[in-house]
Write a protein that binds this ligand. Structure first.
Ligand code: MG
Length: 331
């Protein structure tokens, strides 16, 4: 068949099972996969306590098809789950994938999407051990990921008054990217740093593992829905309050160039997939010694206090509104 005809072939042309029969043999598994893809269930064994998480990216909610390539969508779908494993200091191991597509979706795009998931999984030390393909009106990718738990569990519940609040990397880039993409101000390859960060986020797995294994953090969460919102989860779950200094929030040079001193996107924008953690005073020196080995910067942005809610330094009388992303709240 000539290449042009092949590249215009849709999923309706070859069908669900036609696609799966081509895709399944390409999935590599490791020695912990006892039964791999293609059966009713996969059978896996890692011999450790297991972390389990699920997350989906949905067209029209998290992205528009023009905003990222099918391969980038596949990678990102895996990495948003890996970020949850990072927030618990775990190691990704196995995932199952559910993809919804229109019948007119091109098979080459579906192959690229699948390749993106498999590549991101492999980069993080995980295998794709099964999946499901369904017809849908909107493109979506939902991934369920299992990971090895660390020996000592860290949740959102361990923060205490006096703990320092740290965040990895840079915040606000993804929200800035979405604003530009929505306005149609960015097209094509987009070398602009915030656009790259929206399309190709990193899961801070090494940082999460190092912080938990070293026993440095008292609570941790990944910043998927905005700093104020996600810090609010730590405060609620730990029964504490927090004050953050907006000017201390780490932002990229592109963010600073476009937004000046305005930190509103860094405070409330979602999808940065950085780690937000609390560190008891007695561990701060050890964190400083460890920080050059985390694979990313880590910055102190505030303190945990007695009380409830998240406050901004300079405006201590007012509890900051949790203006991060909520799928169902009408604003
Ligand atoms: Mg999370």
């Amino acid at each position: 068949m000539p290449p042009r005809m092949r590249s215009s072939r849709t999923v309706a042309d070859i069908g669900e099972f036609g696609f799966l029969s081509r895709m399944l043999p390409r999935l590599a598994t490791d020695s912990h996969t006892i039964v791999g893809p293609g059966q009713d269930c996969a059978v896996v064994s890692s011999g450790r306590r297991t972390l389990l998480t699920v997350d989906a990216l949905v067209e029209g909610v998290h992205f528009e098809p023009a905003w990222l390539s099918p391969r980038q969508l596949g990678r990102k779908s895996f990495l948003v789950n890996a970020s949850d494993i990072a927030a618990m200091g775990g190691r990704p191991r196995f995932c199952v994938v559910s993809v919804g597509i229109r019948p007119s979706y091109l098979t080459r795009d579906l192959s690229a999407l699948q390749a993106g998931i498999v590549a991101a999984a492999a980069e993080c030390g995980a295998s794709v051990v099964g999946g499901n393909l369904t017809r849908a009106d909107k493109l979506f990718v939902s991934i369920t990921l299992l990971g090895d738990a660390p020996a000592r569990l860290v949740t959102r519940q361990g923060a205490h008054p006096g703990d320092h609040i740290y965040v990895t990397g840079w915040l606000g880039d993804a929200a800035l990217a979405v604003r530009l993409l929505r306005a149609g101000e960015v097209t094509g390859s987009g070398r602009f740093h915030p656009i790259r960060r929206f399309r190709e986020p990193s899961a801070r797995l090494h940082a999460g593992q190092s912080l938990v294994d070293a026993g440095i953090v008292s609570a941790m969460i990944d910043v998927s829905d905005g700093l104020i919102q996600d810090l609010g989860h730590i405060c609620t779950e730990s029964g504490v309050a927090a004050t953050i200094d907006p000017q201390a929030i780490p932002v990229s040079s592109d963010y600073r160039a476009m937004q000046g001193p305005d930190r509103s996107l860094a405070l409330t924008g979602g999808e940065d997939y950085e780690l937000l953690c609390t560190v008891p005073e007695r561990n701060v020196k050890r964190l400083r010694r460890l920080q050059s080995h985390l694979g990313c910067p880590i910055t102190c942005v505030g303190r945990i206090e007695k009380g409830r809610g998240v406050r901004l330094a300079g405006d201590p009388s007012r509890v900051a509104k949790a203006a991060g992303f909520d799928h169902f709240l009408q604003r």
